[in-house]
Ligand binder design. Structure first.
Ligand code: HEC
Ligand code: HEC
Length: 386
């Protein structure tokens, strides 16, 4: 892209509430860029509270959740547990898709479950709106765990009856409402997943030091200068990867090749969730009635008012621990972090290789090799201490 069109696009971003003006020649960071940079580091030690799950901080629930997470006998085939697809240091698989029951393969790449409790939408296409209701989807999915409430009840009775009763006041046998049983399963699993936190990365130290250098006027000498400048300014990465988890928790189309049935992303995925009995505004939520409806309402209206933007759009993933979770994107077809940067550099794949059109922020970037390398190093620095 030439300088003129770059400026037009940056200005358009600024006018529509985006973050930058056409300031490529201005010292980095401008006031707006500084504010954005300041949002990027040091997430809270514990994930934000989820008022829809009253068990989330109960150690007994987390302990049971860990055992359930690893138990293949909860599946219809007897061989697949949550852990089967969320394993290893990155708590995912190292292949584009994962193997579920009876040798079947998932349609998408499993995201990590590390730091999952910091999110509020789940699945690449937003078809779950809280961590606990997310857990029901793989359990019941015929391709993944192929289970059902009868299998769940039988296995809970056989191996976890006392633990279940201690938490819920009745045994799994006595829990005759299938949906209640499922909701309890999800909440116990989520209590465990909440403990999977891995932050505190070199990136956080770099950003804090860089901010101090900006205040002292010495930022151009800082080793993180080029990486952060490219991330925030020329690469526009922080337009979506912002805040302490490096995600805006929104859905965007960035032009990842996908000719599969699921290619419409959130445009098709979120609809069933909005009327799902297990959503966060439904009868199995522990939040006060009405408290959770607002964000569901907002998504509902976005799905009509911003239908064009949300066609083929997927959840912005966190970039934390991204060195542990290759391959990348919802398809898992992008192998390395350099491949990711190259994809953004060309402004996404050619139209027609995916549903919808790319977000206005996705444009050819014209990055130099040095800028590409600085972005890769920056992404690598986002992996937290174990
Ligand atoms: C057969 C492999 C497989 C199994 C088994 C499996 N998952 Fe997953 N998991 C995936 C895939 C694939 C996705 C992404 C699906 C999508 O977005 O369409 C995913 C997504 C998730 C997410 C969403 C993360 C995010 O940031 O949006 C969480 C949390 C999760 N799984 C937890 C679990 C739990 C809990 C279980 C067990 C009850 C489980 N998974 C079982 C493959 C699996
Ligand atoms: C318009 C919003 C947006 C912008 C701008 C953006 N991203 Fe992303 N990013 C996303 C979304 C959405 C995905 C998931 C897309 C998919 O799978 O289809 C993603 C995925 C990724 C992934 C893969 C993570 C994983 O776990 O699979 C990396 C790495 C990444 N982005 C880095 C960057 C970098 C570096 C830049 C700047 C050059 C950037 N992003 C700019 C929204 C954005």
């Amino acid at each position: 892209m030439n300088r003129h069109s770059l400026c037009t696009w940056l200005l358009a971003g600024a006018l529509s509430g985006g973050l930058v003006a056409c300031t490529s020649e201005e010292p980095f960071p401008t006031a707006d860029e500084f504010e954005l940079l300041s949002s990027l580091h040091s997430p809270t030690r514990t994930p934000p509270a989820d008022p829809t799950n009253r068990l989330e901080n109960q150690p007994a629930a987390a302990a049971l959740g860990l055992r359930l997470f690893k138990d293949p006998l909860l599946s219809g085939c007897g061989t697949i547990s949550c852990q089967s697809c969320h394993d290893g240091e990155g708590r995912t698989v190292d292949t584009p898709t994962a193997e579920g029951c009876f040798g079947q393969r998932t349609g998408r790449n499993p995201p990590t479950v590390i730091n999952a409790a910091y999110s509020t939408w789940y699945m690449w296409d937003g078809r779950a709106d809280r961590l606990w209701n997310q857990a029901l989807l793989p359990l019941l999915n015929p391709v993944e765990m192929a289970s059902n409430p009868a299998i769940l009840r039988a296995r809970l009775s056989e191996a976890y009856a006392e633990e279940y009763r201690a938490l819920f006041g009745k045994t799994p046998e006595e829990e005759t409402d299938d949906d209640q049983l499922l909701a309890h399963f999800g909440k116990v699993i989520a209590a465990y997943e909440r403990t999977l936190v891995r932050n505190d990365a070199p990136f956080d130290q770099d950003v804090r030091r860089f901010i101090a250098a900006v205040e002292a006027g010495t930022q151009e000498k800082d080793p993180a200068y080029l990486g952060l400048k490219t991330f925030v300014r020329k690469g526009q990465c922080a337009a979506c990867h912002k805040g302490p988890m490096l995600s805006d928790e929104q859905f965007h189309n960035i032009g990842v090749e996908d000719l599969s049935e699921g290619q419409r992303g959130v445009a098709a995925g979120a609809d069933p969730m909005l009327t799902w009995a297990f959503n966060s505004a439904g009868p199995y939520s522990d939040a006060p009635i009405g408290a959770e409806s607002t964000r569901l309402q907002r998504l509902r209206s976005d799905l009509t008012e911003k239908a064009g933007e949300l066609e083929g759009a997927y959840k912005t993933p966190t970039l934390r621990n991204v060195t542990l979770t290759a391959p990348y994107m919802h398809t898992g077809e992008v192998k390395t972090l350099l491949d990711v940067v190259e994809l953004y550099n060309k402004g996404g794949e050619a139209p027609g290789k995916y549903a919808g059109v790319v977000s206005v922020t996705i444009q050819p970037l014209d990055l130099t090799d040095e800028e590409k390398q600085s972005l890769v190093r920056l992404l690598e620095s986002m992996t937290g201490a174990p």
